[in-house]
Design a protein around this ligand. Structure first.
Ligand code: OGA
Ligand code: MN
Length: 313
């Protein structure tokens, strides 16, 4: 018999009304059966965020588990990886564990994550899921340092009909460089980074063929704030209005980390952000892997959605 975790060995329980579920009873150092992976993929479609508690994952084990979700993305940055280009060191300490002053660019870089976003939105094909593993977490009761999530399916559904109509044809311009420009202390984007991720426009309304063409909002606050086709200030005002809308508690869940949590989120339907904390006082260390998406973001007018394929020659 195949040595895998039986489908009945674990429990999925919701974490809140807006989104999220906790998974207990799975050891992610062991390969899971295809059946379990399929169930977890269904669960992430339903809950948007899954938290696997009490894990003890080496970097190699995290990579192995992540690959069971699909091929991994590598990161455009040249200077923040640990061993593999597919692993992202999300921390206010150096890769070898040294505490860093708040003025260090590796610490400042963490602040780009403090705005609502979805990973790799600046790529033509953005990420499917991200997996973030808690290595050093905030002490219990310390202020801040949670990761916030917002459910874009629910946030879209709750928009006033007039606003749904207004945003239907619109796109946001996403640039990797925008996050860097927010903090002039950060080093300029390198030639390699610039060439690997040129600007893209993504529809504000994302259509999900795998969910019966259900719709969600799709935008970020860390890769831009300009809406193509609208005058600059009008677009930025609309962007602010959307940020305010999705920040409401009925759409959000804030994860309080425990050491050994592996949190997986669906970048197609959820936004997330790092909550501010005292970076001079607390160490906060995570390891992230990211599973690539399987195609570009589709909007209401995308040919693949409306079935208006050009005849083959
Ligand atoms: C990320 C991210 C949020 C956090 O790793 O992609 O946005 O709370 N992290 O550190
Ligand atoms: Mn992120």
């Amino acid at each position: 018999m195949e040595q895998t975790t039986a489908a009945t060995d674990y429990v999925i329980s919701p974490l809140g009304d807006a989104l999220g579920a906790e998974v207990t009873g799975l050891d992610l150092t062991q390969p899971l059966s295809g059946e379990t992976i399929d169930e977890l993929k269904k669960a992430i479609g339903r809950y948007g965020v899954l938290c696997f508690r009490k894990q003890a994952l080496s970097e190699a084990q995290q990579i192995e588990f992540s690959k069971q979700w699909g091929p991994l993305e590598d990161f455009p940055e040249e200077d923040k990886t640990v061993a593999a280009a597919t692993v992202y060191h999300v921390a206010n300490v150096s890769a070898d564990g040294q505490s860093l002053p708040e003025t260090d660019f590796r610490v400042i870089f963490q602040k780009v994550n403090a705005r609502w976003h979805t990973d790799s939105s600046y790529r033509y094909v953005p990420a499917f899921v991200s997996l973030l593993y808690g290595i050093e977490v905030m002490p219990k009761g310390a202020p801040g340092g949670r990761t916030g999530f917002s459910n874009m399916i629910k946030a879209y559904a709750a928009l006033p009909e007039a606003l749904k109509d207004e945003i239907e044809p619109l796109h946001m311009v996403h640039t990797y460089e925008f996050g860097r420009r927010l903090f002039p202390e950060l080093p300029p984007v390198s030639k390699h980074e610039k060439e690997s991720v040129p600007p893209v426009s993504q529809p504000l309304v994302r259509v999900h063929p795998d969910r019966g063409n259900e719709r969600s909002l799709y935008f970020t606050a860390n890769a831009g704030n300009e809406i193509s086709g609208l005058p600059l200030e009008e677009g930025q005002a609309l962007h602010r209005k959307l940020v305010e809308h999705i920040s409401q508690s009925e759409f959000t869940y804030f994860h309080e980390w425990e050491k050994g949590d592996l949190v997986v989120w669906d970048n197609r339907t959820m936004l997330h952000k790092a909550e501010a904390y005292d970076m001079s006082k607390y160490r906060r260390v995570f390891r992230r892997t990211t599973v690539a998406g399987d195609g570009p973001v589709l909007g209401p007018y995308s040919r693949a959605v409306i079935g208006n394929k050009r005849a083959a020659k």
